[in-house]
Design a protein around this ligand. Structure first.
Ligand SMILES: [Zn+2]
Length: 364
């Protein structure tokens, strides 16, 4: 491995990685040390080497005292095993450190491996021991990494539903109220509702509905009617969780007769295990075991926006009893009994781990 530094670009004194703090994992300590020297030659301020997944994750969370934060990380796939384990590990890193790009070192690059790396949202893959390639990949990753976020003052809420129109019915008024109050609200709909009509039409309806509530919409394409709570669904939800970093998540209740709703509930709880506030909205298929303990008061405008959003789902209106306006209005009026407002939407709180007083009492 002595040829690494000799082959590195920038031998003319250019400091390609000037000031960068790099976390580097490699199965072999001598290789790690040689690569670290090569990166320091390119100006890296600090290269911290580790030899295991646990040490990598620990150092990711708690950098050494001399490192203010990691700028970029390098992972050796020899430490993670098969493609599935690699993707899961990379997703874990991305979820914990969405702003620290990760470049993967691979002994024998292949399309199959590249796909696993892509699914794990890593920044790049290079052949292990290719120092030039690694420096170039790190330079690109540093150049393209997301801009540092300002400290967030806005609350981010993610609302997850199995089908188009689920979140509108369960939490449409809450979404409108919070968006109107300045929260960033993202709706994640996991299927395109092929079981209830033309998917393209339903997608357009869902976008119109999201706009009526002031929210952004992310649509995935899991199979309507047979959504599972397996790792694929969890990872699908984790992608949006990593991107939006929500403070609050709303989802279907487990007390629901629809199998998709229950599966989405369970997968979301796994994907959102680090989100401080998680609560469940009421779907028309909720059972009497649904037990709300938080009630979001709705203003007249919030209820009207909810009805507008639901009306955007034209293709469903004729065939679904639960979309009838008098039922939607009277349900909101009924739940108003439990709040200070005339209308309300109920929530079943799963977890509320924010410091006391961070939100007013009804701010889920
Ligand atoms: Zn549904």
């Amino acid at each position: 491995m002595s040829d690494i530094s000799n082959n590195s670009p920038g031998g003319d004194g250019r400091q390609i990685l000037a000031g960068a703090h790099v976390l580097l994992a490699d199965r072999d300590a001598n290789t790690a040390s040689a690569v670290a020297d090569a990166l320091r030659d390119q100006g890296a301020a600090h290269v911290h080497t580790v030899g295991s997944a646990q040490a990598f994750l620990d150092a990711g969370r708690t950098p050494p005292p001399t490192v203010p934060r990691w700028d970029v990380a390098v992972w050796d796939t020899g430490l993670t095993g098969d493609d599935e384990a690699l993707t899961a590990f990379l997703c874990q890193w991305h979820e914990q450190h969405p702003r620290v790009p990760l470049v993967v070192n691979e002994e024998t690059p292949s399309t199959r491996r590249a796909l696993a790396v892509l699914r794990g949202r890593a920044a790049d893959m290079v052949e292990r021991r290719d120092a030039d390639g690694l420096v170039a990949a790190l330079t690109r990753a540093l150049h393209e990494r997301p801009a540092d976020a300002e400290p967030r003052s806005r609350v981010h809420m993610l609302v997850v539903g199995a089908h188009p129109d689920d979140v509108e019915i369960g939490a449409g008024g809450t979404i409108h109220r919070r968006a109107d109050e300045g929260w960033d609200v993202t709706i994640l709909t996991l299927s395109r509702g092929a079981g209830g009509g033309d998917p393209d039409e339903r997608r357009d309806e869902a976008h119109r509905a999201a706009a009526a509530m002031g929210a952004r919409l992310v649509m995935e394409d899991l199979p309507d009617g047979s959504i599972t709570d397996d790792s694929h669904t969890v990872r699908t939800i984790e992608r949006t969780v990593a991107e939006t970093r929500p403070d609050v998540v709303l989802v279907h209740s487990d007390s629901d007769t629809h199998q998709d709703h229950r599966a989405v509930h369970r997968a979301t709880l796994v994907a959102c295990r680090r989100v401080p506030r998680v609560a469940c909205y009421q779907s028309p298929s909720a059972t009497v075991a649904y037990r709300p303990n938080r009630f979001v008061g709705l203003r007249d405008g919030d209820l009207e926006a909810k009805l507008t959003a639901i009306n955007a789902h034209h293709s469903q209106a004729a065939s679904r009893w639960y979309l009838e306006e008098d039922l939607l209005r009277s349900t909101a009026r009924y739940w108003g009994r439990f709040s200070q407002a005339r209308y309300a939407e109920p929530l079943e709180v799963i977890r509320d781990a924010t410091p006391l007083g961070f939100f007013p009492a009804d701010h889920v």
